[in-house]
Design a protein around this ligand. Structure first.
Ligand code: ADP
Length: 498
């Protein structure tokens, strides 16, 4: 469950980020502190090495003012040489062994001895050797195991080394004598360890705070989603007319709630429509069924003549045919709704299909005294010939049915803006502005008396609309009550055809 929870995933991610950032920060701070601490020690060691070097050379220590009189003078002279006696010239860079001076006290100036004050904590120690490693002098606090450093060639650089828990700097004079200064770094390591623990504790506290704050934040951020899902569950389970409360319609969750609300509204409308459709369908079927049953019951109530029976059977047949038309229409609409009505389309000439429909319907029009005028210009479309003929016949039948005696019907086909257009206009009763928006709805009948009288289903235009939509086309109506109506069908042509 945790693996799927957004809140937990967010929190884990946040904790991971915090751990990474805090460890990176802690390690960097620790390293900087360590480098700073050791460079301070190294600086101090170098000051002391410098002072010792001057002492062994016999010069005053740098920065300590006038010191004792020099023990040896100038470069090439060792402070260990007695009375400043000049040694014989070097042969191969080394003085003759016979001239090795005797060990003497360095007689360090107070400023230099001050640098090695043993009474101070973390005090520095020093050692001084002759060339070859004979010890001249060492501070009393110097560790016993300090070895004479190894010299590479004629190296006179100051070197730094860490030996166990000691940091030391050493330096060789040109003569090969060596001075070493050092100090214990145990206390420094301990201080560094304390600092590391402090960093760990501070990092842990920040981590705990970060995770706690993150938890609060994610909980607050996720809460509206939980509210939305609870509301959505309530709506889908019980009441489709309920809506999700939107606190801030501008933020992401507000927008999500808005989208869900409009989906629920559409669902509610679709359910209402479906409910209405079922109610209408059962009502439409019940009426002819009632007629059928009552006809049969009345006829069977007593003995009838053959002519009477015939009359009853004819009436029943009429009603049954009406029911069949209705059920066929309902099945057709259901197939369109389910997307099961796959129209096999082929190129066809809309003008020709229209002419064939007009020819078929003309006798009915003449019977009603309605004249049909055609202006059919070629308009090639891709469509299902029978279904398009069904739409045209329905429009023509309506134009005759809702026309006045001696009325007119005008039928045109043309190409307009890459679309094939079919118009059926009549000079009939027209459609009121109130009815006009609803005439394509299922079972909607504008003129109730006329529709009912002719046993019309109120499904003709709804089926026509479904057929046109399946073709990627449209069907629209305009009307002037009392003057007539115009139905316009538009179909895509050529490359626009679906
Ligand atoms: P019906 O079976 O009732 O004709 P339709 O779906 O074909 O069903 O039409 C729906 C309604 O549209 C009709 O009841 C009628 O009120 C209106 N109507 C359709 N065609 C016309 C027309 N040519 N003139 C006036 N009203 C029309």
């Amino acid at each position: 469950m945790f693996a799927h929870s957004i809140r937990w995933r967010l929190q884990l991610w946040l904790a991971f980020l915090l751990v990474c950032v805090m460890s990176g920060f802690g390690i960097t701070v620790y390293q900087l502190k360590r480098i700073d601490q050791f460079s301070q020690i190294d600086e101090e060691l170098e000051i002391r090495i410098d002072a010792l070097d001057r002492a062994v050379r016999g010069g005053p220590p740098a920065g300590f003012g006038p010191g004792r009189p020099p023990f040896g003078r100038g470069p090439g002279r060792s402070g260990f040489e007695e009375g400043g006696r000049r040694p014989p010239p070097f042969r191969d860079g080394a003085p003759p062994p016979l001239m090795r001076p005797k060990p003497v006290d360095l007689r360090l100036s107070p400023e230099v001895t001050g640098l090695f004050d043993e009474s101070r904590t973390n005090s520095f120690y020093f050692l001084a050797w002759y060339r070859g490693g004979t010890l001249i002098q060492q501070a009393t606090n110097a560790p016993a195991d300090v070895s004479f450093p190894e010299r590479l060639g004629r190296d006179t650089q100051t070197h730094l080394r860490t030996r166990d828990s000691f940091r030391e700097a050493y330096h060789f004079t040109e003569m090969g004598d060596c001075v070493l200064a050092g100090r214990s770094i145990t206390a420094d390591w301990q201080a560094l360890h304390r600092f590391a623990w402090w960093l760990l504790a501070a990092g842990g506290a920040v981590l705990a705070l970060g995770i706690g704050g993150g938890r609060r934040l994610t909980t607050r951020a996720i809460r509206p989603i939980e509210e939305i899902s609870a509301a959505a569950r309530r709506i889908s389970e019980s009441n489709l007319s309920e809506r999700i409360g939107v606190k801030d319609p501008k933020n992401e969750l507000g927008r999500l709630a808005g989208v869900l609300n409009s989906t629920f509204a559409r669902l509610e409308a679709a359910f209402a429509q479906q409910k209405q459709f079922t109610a209408d369908a059962s009502h439409e079927l019940r009426t002819p069924l009632t007629v059928l049953i009552s006809e049969a019951q009345t006829t069977l109530a007593r003995e009838r003549s053959a002519a009477e029976y015939r009359e009853t059977i004819e009436a029943c047949l009429d009603t049954a045919q009406q029911m069949r038309r209705l059920t066929e229409s309902l099945l057709e609409l259901a197939r369109f709704d389910a997307g099961q009505e796959h129209l096999q389309r082929a190129p066809l000439e809309l003008a020709e299909t229209t002419r064939a429909c007009v020819d078929l319907i003309r006798p009915l029009a003449e019977q009603r005294g309605v004249s049909i005028h055609c202006e059919l210009t070629p308009a090639k479309v891709s469509g299902h010939a029978d279904r398009l003929a069904q739409v045209i016949t329905n429009l023509l039948t309506n134009a005759i049915h809702y026309n006045r005696p001696d009325g007119e019907i005008r039928v045109t086909t043309r190409i307009e803006n890459s679309a094939a257009i079919l118009c059926v206009s009549d000079s009939g009763i027209g459609i009121s502005a109130e009815d006009l928006p609803h005439i394509f709805e299922r079972f909607y009948r504008g003129d109730k008396s006329r529709s009912a009288a002719a046993g019309r289903t109120g499904l003709g235009l709804a089926i026509s609309k479904a057929i046109m939509e399946a073709h990627g086309g449209t069907i629209e109506a305009s009307s002037e009550p009392g003057a007539g109506s115009t139905f316009t069908v538009s179909l895509p042509t050529g490359s626009n055809a679906v």
